[in-house]
Design a protein around this ligand. Structure first.
Ligand code: ADP
Ligand code: MG
Length: 694
């Protein structure tokens, strides 16, 4: 159960003064959640210092000031386009307050004639006379202290003003609990941090702009807390998985040998190394949780196939899962011949397996007739019962989260798990997504690959490129033409892809195909198959092909609006070519003049094909705030931590977490109890479920 101390933080935003039901929706959208704690995580981006309180004779144009004034005269506008003027003064001079579209009643109420008032806002000079346009704050003299402060400036949304947010935050801070310290005290004092409550206060109530810096002790502390909660959660998952009974799968090498004989190539050193690591895990009694990381085309599939033979040789089953129908079919296509060569019985199960066909497949899986199951996450479904699943391989990890990994591992008895990812993630960041796993890396590509000739081309010059494309297609080349799909406007984007498709059709007739996410699976497959056979030479696609289609004969990749893509995406796309022995090309078409960051990305693509280098650069370029293509990469989004600044905390937090769980696996010591607060605070529910209650 959630510790009571946290209750005030988990109340609805509507419990705060000034946030009514209707307003709540705006606030929720703005702060990214419906709870008080979400508001507290909404950090200021700037500040306004209203402590400067001069006499009128001492004001500084261009600077914000808080003035004590007497209202002398109201000057309503002569014409509607003119502002309402209010003349005020003190013993040293006069200043005019300017209001556009102001209502007389409002002015009379706020600034009655002959009243003493406090006014705060930006001072400027017009026609040699000081004025203030739309003061930010107007109050009575007794409110001086609450107006002449340092004001935090928050990110806002239409309908919510900074005043609204400030008022709500102040109220939230009033109910902020004192929580037990969950950090190691030596670590806290080494960094010069304060307790949690003080840190939250310091983020919102500032004295100067240094509090806006992500390295400020208050912000740094909260960032560490968030990262620690992430790492502790993963460590808990890991330790529970490891402690649950696993199984020992040790094959005799009979089937594996047959597959190897059928391969037209020898394994690379790093493929052999990865396989050894997997074999050792599978042979050990504890459960395997291993990530096989390798760039596109680095040869993960064959490693997976050989690992699966371990399971099959020892009399059990293995499954391999892909994130999409196309990829599952693709796997069946590339793995099938190897399994056939070894005499291994396999089935393909996807969402499209229906009716009696599906029943037959389920039966084969249940009885063990099927030794290997290839499919999509349809394999997860409850109706799927395995005879004895020893190994589950999950391909293209970035669509599967920790949660799904866990669900899968519930399926079999101590099933070993191998996750394959082609998303090159900087090493430090990999910890946030896969901190619960061991890692094998395919660092070198199979021999004989030619570098992909990458060129940046302005869309104005695409005619010439299309001429070149036509010549290549005439001599048998196959090419992808990728149109970007931005989630927000799928329909517009789709229209763009369709227009491009029709235009290319005029030139290339029936040699052009189109695939996009809204097509029926059967239609998609038909087009993909046409491309694989070569009937279709030019495949226009939205980014559905991103995830891993393998047509080794394709040698040309054209990316339209390349400036809109992230580095990781571009890298993935380029990885679709250069897979066979032929020289390959990647044309990055850009429209207009790309911004600085986009140019840096495009240049990077020209300079290297090393996925890890590209990933590091990606992190650097994206910097804070706009955190990585999170949805795709499987990297969790952080609210307080900025991984381009706080990444170094990841390994500290990982080590800390492992140490904590070694000493206190159930989080029952005083520090362990405090850490439970941390897990609840950041809603690491998955991990919490693993703790004994109480
Ligand atoms: P990934 O899944 O890592 O993107 P694949 O497993 O699809 O890469 O491998 C890409 C291509 O390289 C496939 O055609 C595969 O048969 C081939 N390949 C794999 N390993 C080797 C190797 N050691 N030598 C030569 N070619 C290989
Ligand atoms: Mg692959």
């Amino acid at each position: 159960m959630r510790p009571f101390a946290l209750d005030p933080l988990f109340k609805a935003l509507t419990t705060l003064p000034g946030i009514g039901l209707r307003f709540a929706r705006l606030f929720e959208k703005l702060v990214g959640g419906p709870k008080v704690v979400d508001l507290l995580w909404h950090k200021p981006i700037d500040l306004v210092d209203r402590r400067f309180s001069p006499k009128i004779s001492e004001i500084i144009p261009g600077k914000v000031a808080t003035l004590r004034l007497r209202v002398h005269l109201h000057q309503p506008p002569a014409r509607p386009s003119q502002p309402f003027r209010v003349l005020c003064g003190d013993e040293t001079g006069m200043i005019t307050l300017i209001f556009f579209h102001a209502k007389l009643e409002w002015i009379q109420k706020q600034l009655p004639r002959d009243a003493d008032v406090i006014v705060s806002g930006l001072i400027d000079v017009y026609d040699g006379r000081p004025q203030m346009v739309h003061p930010d704050s107007i109050g009575k003299p007794e409110n001086f202290d609450s107006i002449a402060t340092v004001e935090a400036v928050y990110p806002l949304t239409a309908g919510v003003t900074n005043k609204h947010v400030t008022k709500a935050v102040r109220a939230a801070l009033k109910v902020l609990p004192d929580l037990p310290e969950w950090n190691d005290l030596a670590w806290i004092s080494k960094n010069g941090w304060t307790g949690w409550n003080d840190a939250v206060h310091a983020v919102h109530i500032m004295d100067n702009s240094s509090a806006l810096d992500p390295t400020h002790p208050a912000r740094a502390r909260l960032a560490y807390d968030e990262i620690l909660s992430n790492q502790l959660a993963l460590a808990l998952v890991r330790s529970r998985q490891k402690h649950r009974p696993g199984r020992q799968s040790k094959g005799n090498g009979r089937l594996r040998g047959r597959i190897k004989e059928s391969l037209p190539f020898a394994l690379t050193a790093c493929q052999r190394q990865a396989l050894e690591e997997i074999d050792a895990d599978m042979a050990s009694p504890s459960r395997m949780l291993r990530l096989l990381q390798g760039d596109v085309g680095s040869g993960k599939t064959v490693v997976a196939a050989l690992a699966m033979m371990n399971a099959v040789e020892s009399g059990a089953q293995a499954a391999i899962m892909a994130p999409t129908e196309i990829l599952a079919r693709q796997h069946a296509h590339s793995l099938g011949p190897w399994f056939d060569a070894a005499g291994v019985r396999f089935v393909v199960l996807t969402g499209r397996s229906k009716g009696s066909e599906r029943e037959v497949l389920l039966d084969q899986i249940r009885s063990g007739t099927a030794q290997v199951i290839i499919g999509t996450h349809a394999i997860f479904q409850e109706s799927v019962e395995f005879q004895d699943l020893a190994l589950a391989v999950i391909d293209e990890q970035h669509r599967f989260g920790v949660h799904q990994r866990l669900m899968l591992s519930e399926k079999g008895k101590g099933t070993d798990i191998l996750v394959m990812t082609a998303t090159p993630i900087p090493r430090t960041l990999a910890l946030t997504a896969y901190g619960d796993m061991d890692v094998s890396c395919l660092t070198e590509k199979p021999p004989g690959r030619k570098p992909v000739d990458t060129r940046l081309i302005s869309a104005d010059r695409s005619e010439a490129m299309i001429d070149g494309l036509a010549r290549q297609i005439e001599v048998g080349a196959r090419a992808y033409w990728v149109c970007p799909l931005v989630e927000e406007s799928e329909i517009v984007d789709l229209a763009a892809a369709q227009t491009r498709f029709m235009q290319l059709q005029n030139r290339f007739m029936n040699r052009v195909g189109l695939v996009h996410g809204r097509m029926k699976a059967e239609e998609k497959d038909a087009v993909m198959e046409g491309f694989a056979r070569g009937d279709i030479a030019l495949l226009v696609a939205t980014t559905v092909i991103e995830v891993g289609v393998n047509v080794p004969e394709a040698t040309i990749m054209i990316v339209e609006h390349a400036e809109r893509f992230g580095l990781a995406q571009l890298h993935q796309l380029r990885g679709r070519v250069g897979r066979g022995g032929e020289k390959s090309y990647c044309f990055l078409l850009y429209h207009g003049k790309p911004g600085e960051a986009a140019q840096a990305r495009l240049q990077m693509m020209r300079q290297t094909e090393d996925g890890f280098l590209i990933a590091e650069k990606d992190l650097e370029l994206r910097g804070g705030g706009e955190i990585l293509g999170t949805k795709q990469s499987g990297i969790p989004e952080f609210r307080l931590a900025d991984l381009s600044v706080h990444a170094e905390y990841l390994s500290v937090a990982r080590d800390d977490s492992r140490l904590i769980l070694d000493r206190d696996p159930e989080l029952e010591t005083p520090r362990g109890r405090a850490l439970r607060h941390l897990l609840y605070l950041f809603e690491r529910d998955q991990a919490i479920a693993y703790l004994r209650s109480g």
